[in-house]
Design a protein around this ligand. Structure first.
Ligand code: F6R
Length: 622
């Protein structure tokens, strides 16, 4: 969580930093701040509680802050409440109250991550006369850097290296030293950070969208590495202070994809980008009508040897894993366990040596998923990452990577990355089945052909969005919503329910349809909205019966099924149809109306769709 940016170059820094932060607000948005240097003068620090807008207004969109070098931050509170004092940047000077001691401070910095041993370090620093004005772990790191800087050789590189050895936890740190004007120093461990470069200018940010407008040429800084940024140049160091060489990577995402492009919210734009995300992901893996898994580094022999698959992820990525489980087991006949990364990492695991651990993550930075990946690698199990963000930690550390090509996803609630992850799961299942001779050539080809029809079928569902908007308007006062389904439909319910609660703050639950009567049905009362998802013909009648059970207790029923199942209208009060497809792939279509429902309910309640309260897009803390 938290977004950090830095800029050193020819232009005025503050407007560029504010623009970059606006692309990172999805990472946190309870307070924000900037530190700007004008030549040799000490940094000027401006912070404010609340959204970035407040900071922008306070600084006349950055125009009021003069200087070509600066750093900025948008916060998602971990240590200390959201407040101006706890907002970053933090300074090393012994100021009180507001954090405005920049004049006497040697070090000023911003941080994303968590310093686990900050209490112990704080005590040590207090013994050396440091006073603390905030409750943050960040202020401790800044002061620790200052302490080492003054104690040893007055070299930023050494002071940062000593700090990195001393702190435990995760960090992407961006620092400026009063005695080193025109330089920004950065260091990283387990929190994302990229460095961009263009003619005479250098940028640093937590994520690509923040700098995409200015440059596509980036460096990825590794774990336990640091770098010195000067205009148009970067020097990387390892912990020993040796200079290390890095390759420049070109980002393929276009700048427009990080803008709203005429839509009112990123979420709606991203919902409409799902056909493209799917097509791009299919095209990247399907060559000459065959799925090319060589390109992700898996050989046919390796696939034949897989005796167990573990899909490990969090949130919506976990939900795609549940869909993949059904599809993989059905067609490839490989047993699959789907695990929440936060549980997987602490269980006494009995992992099968011939297993494959698949980590699914949009950001590639989710702390629990990254920890699960490392655990699997430590145990010598082969790992494959399904990741959207190129060069992210999970992508770099996994043995093999399958990139989803959803492009940058800005809305906190995932939509297009979810859809692309589903495609990745289908492709693996189909190819594994084919390699293991579980499916015939003709069926294999038909499945691939069918996948290519999904984008156009999604467009068809989207054409009907006003009807869903109309229905949702009638539900604006809903208190509880239940989603029920079986098999793949249950997996879709998990995602539909999450979309509803995370952006519209309406309590909702997803239940395997047969499970409701084992307790939860007692919550159904007059008018409770129950959404039945029924796309699996074998399970259709069963789910209808469960819907009827709810109706007899007063529920108001919505049915979500494929065209042709018109008899559902005898049971449901409102029905949404999706185009027919191979039943392994129905999640890709059925999820669309459910995403729209969450969206419209959030809008009708006047909520911040793209940045729901208490959430951050990339969860880089445990
Ligand atoms: C919900 C959502 C989250 C993420 C989860 C994992 O809309 O976006 O549940 O799916 O935080 O994030 P990644 O995929 O980045 O690991």
């Amino acid at each position: 969580m938290c977004g950090i940016v830095g800029f050193v170059g020819k232009r005025q820094a503050a407007p560029i930093l504010l623009d970059g932060l606006s692309k990172l607000e999805y990472r946190g948005y309870d307070s924000a701040g900037l530190a700007i240097r004008n030549g040799d003068e000490p940094a000027e620090v401006v912070k404010s509680k609340g959204r970035l807008k407040v900071l922008s207004e306070k600084t006349d969109n950055g125009n009021a802050l003069i200087g070509n070098c600066g750093i900025g931050h948008t916060r998602w509170a971990t240590h200390g409440e959201p407040s101006r004092t706890n907002a970053h940047p933090h300074v090393s000077g012994n100021c009180t109250g507001t954090g405005s001691g920049e004049v006497e401070s040697e070090v000023v910095g911003v941080h994303n991550g968590i310093i686990e041993n900050f209490k112990e370090l704080k005590e040590k620093l207090m013994k050396h006369g440091y006073l603390f004005y905030s409750q943050t772990d960040t202020e401790v790191v800044i002061k620790l850097v200052d302490y080492y800087y003054k104690k040893y050789t007055h070299s930023p590189q050494e002071a940062i290296a000593k700090t990195m050895v001393r702190v435990r936890g995760s960090y992407a740190l961006c620092l400026m030293f009063k005695s080193h004007p025109g330089e920004i120093w950065v260091a990283r461990k387990d929190s994302p950070m990229i460095i961009g470069i263009s003619d005479g200018e250098t940028y640093v940010a937590s994520d690509v969208p923040a700098i995409l407008k200015y440059t596509r040429n980036v460096y990825y800084i590794g774990n336990l590495e640091m770098a010195k940024l000067t205009p148009g140049e970067v020097t990387f160091y390892n912990l020993d202070g040796d200079v290390i060489e890095k390759e420049l990577t070109e980002i393929k995402w276009d700048a427009e994809s990080a803008e709203k492009g005429g839509y009112e919210h990123f979420m709606m734009k991203e919902i409409h980008e799902q056909p493209k995300a799917i097509t791009d992901t299919l095209n990247s893996l399907i060559k000459d009508e065959k799925i090319d898994i060589d390109s992700i580094g898996l050989s046919n022999d390796e696939v034949r040897n897989i005796s167990q698959i573990y899909i490990v992820a969090c949130g919506s990525a976990y939900h795609t894993g549940v869909v993949t489980q059904y599809v993989m087991e059905d067609i490839a006949k490989i047993p699959v366990r789907v695990e929440l990364a936060s549980e997987f990492r602490y269980r006494k695991l009995l992992l099968d040596k011939n297993g494959l651990v698949i980590i699914v993550s949009q950001s590639g930075e989710t702390a629990d998923s990254l920890a699960a990946l490392r655990l699997a690698k430590d145990k010598g199990i082969k790992t494959l990452a399904i990741v959207n963000v190129v060069g992210s930690s999970i992508a770099r550390e996994a043995d093999n990577v399958l990139y989803t090509l959803a492009g940058p996803e800005i809305a906190v609630a995932t939509t297009k990355a979810y859809s692309a992850q589903l495609i990745a799961g289908y492709l693996l299942a189909i190819q594994f089945a084919y390699i293991k001779n579980e499916i015939a050539e003709e069926y294999y080809k038909n499945l691939i052909k069918e996948l290519y029809t999904l984008p156009q079928k999604i467009e068809k569902v989207l054409e009907d969005k006003e009807r869903i908007q109309w229905f949702v308007a009638k539900q604006a006062n809903a208190q509880d919503v239940f989603y029920i389904g079986r098999g793949i439909d249950y997996a879709v319910c998990l995602e539909g329910s999450l979309k509803m609660k995370e952006i519209s703050y309406v309590h909702s639950e997803a239940y395997a349809a047969g499970e409701l009567k084992h307790g939860t049905i007692s919550l159904i009362e007059d008018g409770t909205l129950v959404i039945g998802v029924l796309t699996q013909s074998e399970l259709y009648e069963k789910t209808v019966s469960n819907m009827v059970e709810c109706k007899s207790r007063g529920a108001y029923l919505m049915g979500l099924t494929s065209y042709g199942h018109y008899e559902i209208e005898d049971t449901a009060d409102f029905t949404v149809y999706i185009p027919k497809t191979d039943e392994h792939f129905t999640a890709s279509l059925a999820v669309i109306p459910l995403q729209l429902m969450g969206y419209y309910l959030s809008v009708s309640r006047g909520l911040d769709v793209d940045k729901p309260r208490n959430l951050a897009k990339s969860v880089t803390v445990e």
